[in-house]
Unconditional design. Structure first.
Length: 93
């Protein structure tokens, strides 16, 4: 199976990408910051996540159970499904 790498800082430069590839990994990032590092309230998470289009990668966090992430994503899922979007897996191409 393919192995992916995303830096904890969410930033790649050309050197980092080259190192990741030398290690046999595939560099990936995200296109939508769904919860602002677990700081957004549920309505903002809902807005950010429902902006997703096919192929987007959403990052969100589960490390603040009292935050708005879980509620916002739960509210966003029906809208994403109604738009014909389904969760997917990364695949190497």
């Amino acid at each position: 199976p393919a192995r992916y790498f995303r830096p904890g800082t969410a930033f790649f430069d050309e050197i980092a990408v080259a190192i990741v590839r030398e290690l046999g990994l595939i560099p990936v990032s995200f296109s939508i910051n769904g919860d602002g590092g677990a700081t957004y309230p549920a309505p903002v998470v809902l807005r950010e996540v429902t902006a997703a289009k096919a192929g987007d990668i959403i990052i969100a966090h589960a490390n603040h159970p009292g935050g708005g992430t879980a509620t916002g994503i739960a509210r966003a899922l029906p809208a994403l499904a109604a738009a014909g979007l389904t969760p997917g897996r990364l695949t190497a191409t």
